[in-house]
Design a protein around this ligand. Structure first.
Ligand SMILES: [Mn+2]
Length: 291
């Protein structure tokens, strides 16, 4: 990688997606540290008013990360590096200069200069990509470990493959993570009602001009009676993707509302939205649009 090419864009603002999770924050810090060590001035940043962190992610962040981000106004002329997303809708919007990016989600086919890996976390991809030219500290390795556990739901999700586990093992921490799952996992808070979850915790997607929001509910079997209400709410939307994960039964349901119809997908495992469900939705859209 030729870091000199970035010189003319200094300072570069490194940014993850809105409502950042552990992986987005760790990836932001890693890229900042790596680039700064190579003499390229980078600043890790959050978009002002758009960096609310949920309880699950906050709990894990507290164990491994000190957050020291520059808060930036939405109206700016900065040069950016995107991490953990490749669709600008999920952070700074269109019309900004995106110099480079690194991600592990499926490509939204919007940017050609974002490097996309197939790992369970963006942080793990950054580790794998830079480990031969950057000496990751123990603190950084621990952040990568925790970010990878958080993003893969402690190895329970479909996003985590054997190759991911091999890479995570290289970091040198405990690979028996079941205890950690029980310690850190917080199911989706349904106490304020499903509509509240849907309105406040959704992520924006944009595929072939079809824009939709999506929410994932991770819950236990005792709340399965609420799934019908969840479907009812989705059925009132224009375009929406709702995912319901039953952690006891290890079943995932995805409901994609589009064009007056709701298509249901059922998985007999804990399906990762990014790694499993979204690619299925994109294929479904392709079929509908006959492309
Ligand atoms: Mn991620």
């Amino acid at each position: 990688m030729n870091f000199d090419l970035f010189k003319e864009y200094e300072p570069l603002y490194v940014i993850g997606h809105k409502n950042p999770d552990v992986d987005s924050i760790v990836a932001t810090i890693l890229i900042t540290n790596i680039f700064n060590s190579k003499g390229i001035k980078c600043l890790p940043c959050f978009l002002k008013d758009d960096y609310e962190i949920d309880e699950y992610n906050q709990k894990i962040i507290d164990t491994c990360v000190t957050i020291d981000m520059t808060l930036i106004e939405p109206d700016n002329n900065y040069n950016f590096i995107l991490v953990d997303h490749n669709d600008p809708t999920q952070s700074i919007g269109f019309g900004k200069r995106i110099v480079w990016g690194i991600d592990h989600h499926n490509s939204a086919n919007i940017l050609s200069n974002v490097l996309i890996g197939k790992t369970c976390s963006c942080s793990l991809f950054i580790y794998d990509y830079f480990k031969n030219i950057y000496d990751f500290s123990t603190e950084e390795k621990f952040m990568i470990y925790m970010a990878s556990l958080a993003d893969s739901l402690f190895f329970k999700g479909s996003r985590c493959k054997d190759s991911d586990k091999e890479l995570i093992a290289e970091l040198g921490f405990n690979m028996d993570v079941d205890k950690l799952f029980h310690k850190y996992f917080i199911p989706t808070d349904l106490s304020q009602g499903l509509a509240n979850v849907i309105d406040n915790h959704s992520k924006a997607y944009n595929y072939r001009g079809i824009k939709f929001n999506s929410v994932v509910v991770k819950t236990y079997n005792e709340y399965s009676h609420l799934r019908e209400e969840f479907i009812d709410i989705i059925n009132q939307k224009d375009t929406f993707l709702g995912v319901w994960i039953d952690l006891d039964k290890e079943i995932s349901y995805a409901y994609f509302r589009y064009n007056g119809k709701t298509k249901e997908f059922i998985y007999d495992f804990i399906a990762s939205r990014g790694a499993t469900i979204i690619p299925d939705i994109y294929r479904y859209i392709d079929k509908l649009l006959k492309v």
